[in-house]
Design a protein. Structure first.
Length: 247
């Protein structure tokens, strides 16, 4: 599963250059050439990160960024803004658009890729992590393998994405709609109860040996990943403490 980057830029030579270099670096790349197209594309399929040019026809990059920050589903979407050298760069910083980072044109692809990786490490640890652990569950992001107490758990692709999402936010309760937005994306027309089906499958797959259930059903709210209360001797903070990400 390659990290998916949306490049929003209206200069074709720059798009070509970025696409070539980002694909070489192991990213999946799509492009949008104006702000409106970018917003539609993001609603259809949520990228892992957006490279957003500030000077765009119709809707400016800064307005696109603001709209993304206003929507619940894209509030935390990582954005790197491209600005021209001149005072534009300073102005954009002053405008507080909500971008995670800024890169000034002209830049080297190598520099941009380093910034992308830095933003991803900060905002989406699982993307740059090789391994994630929660209690006795280990997720190998490269081999796409999940083990529980050393035993392999067999997960389908949707269950793998669900688990990754829970492991990125241990202890946090997600509604079915939130899980649909984050794990399935917007373009997929799925009923909220489909989530229940996949949660059941995930629970079953993780139920290796005598391991306790780590997915908690929160009545009328949704689901959260945490160690169940039956093992609460170890304290409430365990869920957070036992999460560890290895780069
Ligand atoms: Ca431009």
């Amino acid at each position: 599963m390659k990290p998916y980057i949306l490049v929003v830029e209206d200069e074709m030579p720059l798009i070509t250059l970025l696409r070539y270099n980002l694909e070489e670096a192991g990213f999946e790349v799509e492009e949008a050439t104006d702000g409106e197209e970018a917003l539609i594309s993001i609603m259809e399929r949520k990228p892992d990160l957006v490279i957003l040019d500030w000077m765009l026809p119709m809707i400016s990059g800064i307005e696109v960024c603001r709209q993304l920050r206003r929507r619940r589903e894209t509030r935390e979407l990582p954005v790197i803004m491209l600005t021209a050298r001149t005072e534009e760069g300073d102005r954009i910083r002053g405008l507080d658009s909500g971008a995670d980072d800024y890169v000034t044109k002209p830049f080297s692809p190598k520099e941009l890729i380093a910034r992308i990786r830095a933003v991803m490490r900060r905002t989406r640890p699982s993307i740059s992590a090789e391994k994630m652990t929660f209690a006795d569950i280990e997720m190998d992001m490269i081999a796409h393998r999940v083990t529980r107490s050393g035993e392999v758990a067999h997960l389908g692709p949707t269950e793998f994405r669900l688990l990754r999402h829970f492991m990125e936010h241990p202890g946090r309760v997600f509604s079915r709609e939130q899980l649909l937005d984050s794990v399935w994306g917007h373009n997929v027309y799925v009923e909220p109860r489909t989530v229940d089906v996949h949660i059941r499958r995930l629970r079953k797959a993780l139920n290796v040996g005598k391991s306790p259930d780590v997915i908690r059903t929160v009545r009328s709210a949704g689901y959260a990943m945490e160690l169940q209360r039956s093992s609460h001797k170890t304290g409430r903070g365990l869920a957070a403490q036992s999460r560890e990400i290895t780069q």
